[in-house]
Design a protein around this ligand. Structure first.
Ligand code: NAD
Length: 428
């Protein structure tokens, strides 16, 4: 393969699946089942004004429970990408051992070119196309890139209208007022922080000794930076799609988020601060501008990719100076980069563990919807911490016993759990 052509996310999944199959000595028949989605639903959906879009729902595996996974609205959301994300959801749910399978959906559209009303129409049209295949006992979608709680609200409403009944458990990530769960907003980051703190305890390191760089100050990245700052880590670099900033003395993420909100981006806020146009108390420190590429190679202890997939590659992995990578984004590291990081003794806490707090609290939302009884945020946190620590403990021990990376350990444990369920159902 041409070195410059990035492998697709699905090819990356197949590669690590095949490693796991070798370790577990899986038969060809079982492996074949894990390589293919159980169902792929596609539709052409239309909205007013004559616009139409490709829409998908990939139901990868439901041996352990109903399919579960988000819906992405993105110009590059094609079937290959959605298939990979659906497979990773099956793995992720098995890593944290929650009783759900894996699925993912998408609409190939550019949400930035659509009005609010058109986005609502796309959401409702997706549900009309996929309604026969989803439901609280079948397949439970959620938000993903460029979809949000409001879109989930429209989707739940459309599903309930078609079915003529209340069914909040059809979708998670809803606004609190429509049956969302307390704690969902920060869940992905919080789950990752629980795992990171557990790992640091094992190796005897304290937050106050450690510096952190976060790529992507969005939902996952902002909460991660904020929670880590409050835990005593020094946040020295953050970025968004327009670029980043670095401050050796550390920064308060709440102040950076304030600047970003006021000025539109982190870089614009830095420019405004330098011109004296942004209140200096709110912007702390004396940051300098850096690019996203520089952020990934910055001198720090912990690197948190929390934006895009495939940002750590064969080209830049050798320049990474962090000793720990906490993957909050899905698929930020290519298999080639993974091998380089492993050879350089850089510990990667993989996406399927690090960001599984999101789907774990989505699972809690579904449970609360089904029993129509809602928990306090403190209850959500206790339950999330228990699940994340159980998962990290299983994976850290398995990796140590078998002398394999945390990613391989996560995949092997997850595949084993999925295959056990498939065997008990007589599917293989
Ligand atoms: P988001 O849209 O809230 O934030 C994404 C951030 O990345 C934004 O700050 C954006 O400016 C930045 N960004 C976009 N392009 C960039 C680029 N080229 N370089 C650097 N930064 C860039 O999204 P999110 O929900 O925080 O998701 C981020 C990642 O985390 C995705 O990979 C997503 O799949 C993964 N994830 C999120 C959740 C969740 O609960 N939010 C759960 C699991 C996984």
């Amino acid at each position: 393969m041409d070195k410059n052509v990035k492998k697709t996310p699905f090819e990356n999944y197949l590669e690590i699946l095949s490693d796991s199959a070798n370790i577990l000595d899986l038969s060809e028949n079982v492996l074949e089942k894990l390589k293919n989605a159980q169902n792929i639903h596609t539709a052409e959906i239309s909205i007013s004004g004559g616009k139409s879009f490709h829409a998908y729902r990939v139901q990868f595996n439901n041996a352990r429970g109903p399919f579960k996974g988000g819906i992405r609205f993105h110009p590059e959301a094609d079937i290959e990408e959605v298939k990979a994300l659906a497979a990773l959801m099956a793995i992720k749910c098995a890593v944290v051992n929650i009783p759900l399978g894996g699925g993912k959906g998408g609409v190939q559209c550019n949400p930035k070119e659509l009005t609010e009303k058109e986005l609502e129409e796309v959401a409702r049209a997706w549900i009309r196309a996929m309604e026969p295949f989803i439901g609280p006992e079948k397949d439970i979608p959620a938000p993903d890139v460029y979809t949000n709680p409001q879109i989930m609200g429209y989707m739940m409403d459309e599903f309930e209208k078609i079915q003529g009944r209340s069914a909040p458990g059809v979708i998670t990530g809803k606004p609190l007022a429509l049956g969302g769960s307390a704690g969902r907003g920060s869940a992905t980051a919080q789950g990752g922080v629980y795992v990171l703190l557990d790992y640091l305890k094992k190796i005897g390191k304290k937050p106050s000794e450690l510096t952190v760089a976060v790529q992507g100050l969005g939902n996952a990245g902002f909460y991660a930076a904020d929670i880590l700052h409050k835990e005593g880590f020094k946040i020295i670099a953050v970025s968004d799609s327009k670029g980043g900033i670095y401050a050796k003395e550390g920064m308060n993420p709440e102040n950076i988020a304030f600047g970003k909100k006021e000025c539109g981006s982190i870089s614009a806020a830095l420019e405004a601060k330098n011109k004296g146009e942004l209140c200096s108390e709110k912007t702390c420190c004396s940051p300098v501008a850096i690019t996203n590429a520089q952020l990934l190679e910055i001198e720090c202890d912990i690197l948190v990719p929390a934006a895009l997939d495939r940002v750590l590659t064969e080209e830049n992995a050798k320049n990474v100076k962090a000793s720990i990578i906490l993957e909050l984004a899905n698929g930020p590291t290519t298999p080639e980069a993974d091998a380089i990081l492993e050879a350089n003794n850089i510990v990667v806490i993989p996406d399927v563990l690090a960001n599984a707090g999101g789907v774990t609290v989505s699972y809690f939302e579904w449970v609360q919807n089904i029993q129509n009884f809602y928990w306090e945020e403190a209850d959500v946190q206790v339950k999330l911490k228990n699940i994340m620590l159980k998962a990290s403990n299983d994976i850290f021990n398995f990796a140590e016993e078998n002398k394999i990376s945390l990613r391989k350990a996560s995949f092997v444990l997850a595949v084993k759990r999925i295959v056990t369920a498939m065997k008990l159902r007589g599917r293989v």
